[in-house]
Design a protein around this ligand. Sequence first.
Ligand code: FES
Length: 99
Amino acid sequence: MPELTKVAQIKDIPVGESIAVQCGRERVAIFNIDGNYYAVSDMCPHAGGPLSQGYVKGTRVSCPWHGWQFDLCPVDENPNDGVCRFPIHIQGEDILVEI
Ligand code: FES
């Protein structure tokens, strides 16, 4: 059964920024792109690089270790690229991730 975990408040992730948070066993990267939030596994499927520290252009993030690129698309558009995507919920000022 999916579990909602509060990971941050809106003020914690300004537009264009990202953070990494621990949700149970999962380390999750949260991105704010133009006010839209995206949550993906913070572990690159190539060799485990921290996607939360990657370079973002548009809705694509480049892994900081070797440059593989991934689309920060919504969960229901899963491109099957090895990156787990998680639904985000905004409740008031809180950001919650569905694991
Ligand atoms: S670890 Fe991400 S591209 Fe190699």
